[in-house]
Design a protein around this ligand. Structure first.
Ligand code: UD1
Ligand code: UDP
Length: 386
């Protein structure tokens, strides 16, 4: 590295972090004064590895930490020790993290111990309830306290940070980098539709039959919540034989077990498939009639594609799409999930109201704003956060 360059370590570990930081890594590559270095913790393994080739990213370091059915404490302990060794040998000038996973909290804490400034991408999301989402709400709050620059995706995230006493000069509204990633993926999908094994060549997929795309993985729903979600899917599939339900099942064993045990594979209109590479998942969102999910990223992406989102949670830190009318909270109760989906399947006016394209999460230029701000911070340029 030339002595005038500053090293920015981008640290991430899970699928959504990889998708949302990929545009930032690509933008860092364009800057002469910055050297981007990618460190993956491997909190996720297969689901992380599915993302990187889409964006042509090869990690500079891979801590390879995932263990089967890992506990929060065990994972946190491994992350802290391993990231500590990485920062000690790499000595980055700046660290970038994204979101609210255990990787994010651990990397921010270790960077703080090394007195390395942290930039937090997707800062300021809050539900105000430390147990929903659990443990992510705590990870967000703690990462905010440890960060130097805060990249808020929306005005309401910005307001949350100011309410907590964060210096407005350290906060910038950037939009969410997921929209940068989605635009990139969408243009690729339009040019060459990806193959979704066992699905994209089927008659129903190529035809007009309606499809509900489902994802679910939140820890606070493990146990009873997932039983309700699975029972709701069984009822919906039985009562609506002409509608297809496609569920790429998250690899967490606490998700796999109830979904495969209860929803099973022997209904012709239920398709339980492995987690999909990003381009295939974007193609599925585009093909869907509506999306039923507890995912954070999917809540942000689907409205940009004009797909109504029913959120299987009691609360959301992403109120913008609800306000815009394209998302609705249905909770995790079986009856509420069933009635929420059936209403959209049967009420065309309601469907039309919810399926207008809304893009409250960004304009596709978040990564440029973030890297501009990091460069200004490191080189003391006259440009300031605004
Ligand atoms: C994690 C994040 C959550 C994020 C989600 C995105 C934490 C505490 N949770 O939840 O905030 O929304 O990722 O998907 O940071 N597994 C595999 N292969 C994989 C990924 C997971 O086998 O590629 C299995 C392993 O058994 C692993 C388990 O899933 O131990 C749980 O993974 P973990 O990252 O701890 O939690 P998630 O539920 O994936
Ligand atoms: N996603 C994907 N393949 C899938 C399911 C989801 O690529 O099979 C993408 C999705 O488009 C979104 C991100 O993964 O960008 C969301 O990840 P997840 O739901 O695991 O985490 P969350 O956003 O809830 O933290």
């Amino acid at each position: 590295m030339s002595s005038s360059k500053k090293k920015v370590s981008v640290v991430f570990g899970t699928r959504p972090e990889a998708i949302k930081l990929a545009p930032v890594v690509l933008e860092l590559r364009k800057r002469d004064r910055l050297e981007g270095s990618v460190c993956v913790t491997g909190q996720h393994r297969q689901m992380l590895d599915q993302v990187l080739p889409v964006f042509d990213i090869l990690p500079d370091a891979d801590l390879d930490l995932m263990m089967a059915d890992q506990t929060l404490s065990g994972l946190t302990a491994r992350l802290i020790e391993s990231i500590d060794r990485y920062f000690t040998s790499e000595r980055p000038d700046f660290v970038l993290v994204q979101g609210d996973t255990t990787t994010v909290f651990a990397a921010s804490l270790v960077a703080f111990y090394h007195r390395i400034p942290v930039g937090h991408v997707e800062a300021g999301l809050r539900t105000g309830n430390l147990y929903a989402p659990w443990p992510e709400e705590a990870n967000r709050v703690l990462t905010t306290r440890l960060s130097t620059l805060h990249f808020a995706p929306t005005d309401s995230a910005y307001a949350n940070l100011l309410r907590e006493g964060i210096d407005p000069n350290a906060v910038m509204v950037t939009g969410n980098t997921v929209i940068d990633a989605l635009f990139f993926a969408n243009s690729t999908v339009e040019k060459a539709p990806p193959v979704i094994e066992g699905i994209s060549d089927s008659d129903w997929f190529l035809g007009k039959e309606r499809m509900v795309l489902v994802t679910g993985h939140r820890r606070e729903s493990f146990g009873e919540g997932f039983l309700h979600i699975c029972n709701a899917l069984v009822r919906l599939a039985t009562d609506n034989p002409g509608v297809h339900f496609v569920y790429p099942v998250h690899l967490n064993p606490n998700v796999q077990k109830p979904v495969f045990d209860i929803v099973g594979c022997n209904r012709s209109n239920v398709h339980l498939i492995p987690p999909q590479p990003y381009l295939a998942f974007v193609a599925l969102m585009k093909r869907s009639f509506l999306v039923l999910t507890d995912s954070g990223g999917v809540q942000e992406e689907a409205p940009s594609l004009g797909k109504p989102v029913l959120v299987m949670r009691r609360t959301t830190e992403r109120p913008e799409a609800v306000t815009a009318g394209t998302s609705r909270l249905v909770g995790t109760e079986e009856d509420l999930i069933v009635s929420g989906v059936e209403r959209l399947l049967s009420d065309l006016d309601e469907y039309r109201r919810m399926s207008g394209v809304a893009n409250p999460y960004g304009d596709g230029r978040a990564a440029v704003r973030i890297v501009d701000a990091v460069e200004s911070h490191l080189f003391g340029a006259t440009e300031v956060l605004s």
